[in-house]
Ligand binder design. Structure first.
Ligand SMILES: [Zn+2]
Ligand SMILES: [Zn+2]
Length: 779
């Protein structure tokens, strides 16, 4: 049996890791030659403003009374800049948004294996390619660009993470901090000769990351006064910064400015998915080498109504999709544009070549089908070069754009080259393994004989059970369990557990009060009261101890565990999900009673009152029975309830893009570890409830847990097979995360359930008796 478990573990680990090889491989390649323009650049330095979480319409759209929020940025296209909408891609989160802006590629989905925080692969960025880069902003964003840079030419200035307290203070302070620091930096530079000369070199980049708008949007929604006022503040700040730069450099006309945003935000204050409010971000570009927005009096061909809504229909709008150089923004000769486009095309073609070479090396030569042959590539490049030499720049640009399209297509082709073959192998492997487990069950545990009693009763009972479970669990409890409920009430007072219940009931009431008062206090911006915080943590700590003090009789212990968990769950709730554990526990109550009833009608055991069972009863080994068809139903229901418990309110994916509001009773300062831990526990609570119910059923029906494990294994493998086909590597992090978590959950279910069953076993059967302990102390 041991070898079987080890083999099973191994098989599952291999299948689990396989999705990372199949779906989540890095699209990046290394070892390309950097391309340079032979012509001098129009600007010596770039100033990049990124207003995190700013929607395009929030910036451009005038208010109902006609006034404009962002006086400076909104009117730039009128005089000295170009504008457009930049279309971001899912996942619309800060990390991939900034990676796309600054490093020029779409976030690597292999980041999924590293928790999206660490750099999944080394990448090059415009900061690294610059001579010097200075960055001010959030500690969540800046370090990833400093980390990948070679040498020490990327300088970052970040505020402490505790400043991102999104509950009580004014988030726009994050932006004023950045503006203030930049001013201070240039003031001190005037007195520092070495810094002064470095600052006047070419190829410098300044990056101002402004997180206030995003934070205000999450806390107050994008229609709020806080969000809109913050846009005004950023607008004033940008205007001030421009004057600081111009003054410092003596208006030398060599500074280019770009203002944009990494992603937008939905009306309900979230981002991550592909809604237009999340993917449309503003882009305003001005300064050295930038075309001024042309006046146009013919209608522009966009199928949205933004131009009219925003009153910008007479200024040429230039939209940007990442990856390809937007030539229309450049104010330069056709020759310069053609050379730039050529360099862009060669750069992407280089990536394609490296990717193709890698694939060729790892594929058997007769199975390899090239996407674009070497001679064809050379032909494209030669043709473009010739066109530039004879001065036919427009044609050269067209040719380069076609080449870019082909090369991008080829990159995607090679990236997914092995996917089909690998997926088929895993599917076959899965099927084989599952068949093997079924055979073992049939061989060693098959007690597939007919039930001793008449068949009609159990079948009809099972039908009723299914129906009732699906339709209404409370109804079931009323019809089935009334006598048992009376039995609880009539429990003789010799157990002191009822006394233990009283504080627990009070505790749940206190939790309700704390939840309400915390949220009202946060709404009035008074922060989290210390008393509430203390009660919350005390409740959390006591929830592990209090159940152990109560009686081990079946329903007493279950009730005690439930109340301890409900208190904690309540504190972690943001809305109606607080009712979920209650509804789930009613369902579990019904289930326990039904299984007991089925057992007794089949004559499997003497009819025993459920309330008389005790968790500490040692299970008599001689009374453990052979596996029956009924047990398939039991394990099926078990898996079903585990899934319900998991997807009832949220899952791991919702931790990836979670709503911090659910931990406000415990802390309001951003701390990913504590917050993650608390949310994890919130996700686990429904599991514990189901597990406890199952423990009760094991006790009351004398089920062998090993044979049960095999059935659960087969069921979970079949589900894993299904979810394997549904894994996605494209979409919002929520989509990707959900698809992975479905697979991961099912895969790790067996291991996870074993661990959880140990925990619930302790929770249900152990008991701490305070009096006796004290005695032991004294002797
Ligand atoms: Zn962001
Ligand atoms: Zn955000």
């Amino acid at each position: 049996m041991i070898t079987f478990f080890i083999a099973g573990l191994l098989v599952h680990v291999v299948f689990f890791i396989s999705i990372f090889d199949i779906y989540f491989t890095s699209p990046l390649v290394h070892g390309m030659k950097p391309q340079h323009l032979p012509l001098p650049p129009p600007a010596k330095r770039l100033v990049l403003f990124v207003a995190d979480g700013l929607r395009a319409d929030s910036l451009f759209k005038p208010e109902i009374n006609g006034t404009v929020r962002a006086q400076y940025l909104r009117y730039l296209p009128h005089e000295r800049g170009a504008w457009g909408i930049s279309h971001t891609r899912v996942p619309t989160e800060s990390r991939p948004g900034h990676v796309a802006l600054i490093a020029g590629f779409y976030e690597d989905v292999s980041a999924v294996a590293k928790g999206w925080k660490e750099n999944p692969v080394e990448f090059d960025s415009v900061f690294n390619e610059s001579r010097h880069a200075w960055c001010w902003g959030s500690p969540d964003i800046l370090p990833m660009f400093a980390k990948g840079a070679s040498g020490s030419h990327v300088h970052t200035y970040t505020y402490p993470a505790t400043m991102e307290d999104f509950a009580s203070t004014d988030a726009s302070k994050l932006d004023t901090w950045v503006f203030h620091e930049v001013k201070g930096f240039f003031n001190s530079a005037k007195e520092n000769q070495t810094l002064l000369s470095i600052l006047h070199e070419e190829q410098t980049v300044f990056f101002l990351h402004l997180l206030g708008i995003d934070t205000n949007g999450h806390a107050h929604r994008p229609m709020s006064k806080e969000y809109l006022d913050n846009i005004g503040l950023v607008d004033d700040g940008v205007a001030e910064m421009v004057s600081v730069f111009e003054e410092f450099y003596g208006n030398d006309g060599k500074t280019a400015y770009v203002f944009t945003s990494d992603h937008g935000m939905t009306n309900w204050g979230s981002h991550g998915a592909s809604h237009l409010s999340e993917t449309l971000t503003p882009l305003v570009v001005w300064g050295a080498g930038v075309q001024i927005a042309q006046r146009t009096f013919t209608s522009q061909t966009y199928d949205d109504n933004y131009l009219e809504e925003w009153g910008l229909e007479t200024y040429r709008r230039i939209d940007v999709n990442q990856g390809v150089l937007p030539l229309q923004y450049l104010d330069n000769s056709q020759h310069f544009k053609a050379e730039s486009m050529h360099a862009n095309a060669i750069q992407i073609l280089e990536q394609f070549k490296v990717k193709m070479k890698q694939k060729k090396e790892t594929t058997l030569s007769f199975l390899f089908t090239p996407f674009l042959t070497d001679s064809k590539q050379a032909e494209f490049v030669r043709h473009a070069r010739e066109l530039i030499q004879i001065g036919r720049f427009d044609e050269a640009i067209d040719g380069c754009q076609a080449l870019i399209g082909l090369a991008l297509e080829g990159l995607a082709y090679y990236h997914t080259y092995d996917r089909f073959f690998l997926a088929c192998s895993v599917l076959l492997g899965f099927t084989g393994w599952t068949a093997y487990v079924i055979l073992i069950i049939l061989k060693t545990h098959a007690g597939l004989r007919k039930p001793p009693t008449s068949r009609d009763l159990p079948v009809s009972l099972m039908a009723i059970q299914l129906l009732l479970l699906g339709v209404d669990a409370t109804l079931l409890v009323h019809t089935e369990a009334l006598p048992h409920r009376n039995a609880i009430a009539q429990t003789p007072p010799r157990c002191n557990s009822l006394n233990a219940m009283c504080p627990q009931v009070l505790q749940v009431a206190l939790c309700t009060y704390v939840l309400a008062s915390t949220h009202s206090s946060l709404q009035q911006k008074r922060g989290l009261p210390l008393f509430n915080q203390l009660v919350s943590w005390a409740t959390l700590a006591s929830s592990f101890v209090l159940p152990l003090l109560s009686s081990t009789r079946l329903f007493h212990r279950l009730l005690s565990i439930l109340m301890a968990l409900v208190g904690v769950y309540l504190l972690l709730s943001t809305g109606y999900e607080a009712l979920f554990p209650l509804a789930l526990s009613w369902l579990m109550f019904g289930w326990i009673n039904m299984e007991q009833e089925t057992m007794s009608t089949q004559g499997m055991s003497n009819r025993t009152e459920l309330s008389s069972f005790d968790f500490t009863e040692t299970i008599d080994l001689t009374r453990i029975r052979q596996l029956r068809l009924d047990d398939i139903r039991r394990s099926y229901f078990f898996v079903f309830f585990i899934i319900i418990a998991f997807f009832g309110t949220g899952n791991i994916a919702s931790i990836n893009s979670f709503d911090p509001a659910s931990v406000y009773c415990f802390l309001t300062v951003f701390n990913p570890f504590i917050m993650g831990g608390l949310l994890m526990w919130k996700v686990l609570i429904p599991f514990v409830i189901v597990m406890c119910a199952f423990e009760s059923i094991q006790v009351s029906t004398r089920l062998s847990s090993r044979s049960l494990f095999l059935i659960v294994l087969v069921i979970s493998d079949l589900m894993a097979l299904h979810f394997f086909c549904l894994v996605k590597d494209y979409g919002s992090w929520l989509d990707i995360g959900t698809s992975i978590s479905h697979y991961v959950i099912v895969m790790s279910m067996t291991i996870f359930l074993m661990l959880l069953s140990i925990m619930t076993h302790i929770l249900t059967s152990r008991r701490i008796v305070i009096g006796r302990k004290m005695k032991m102390h004294f002797t």
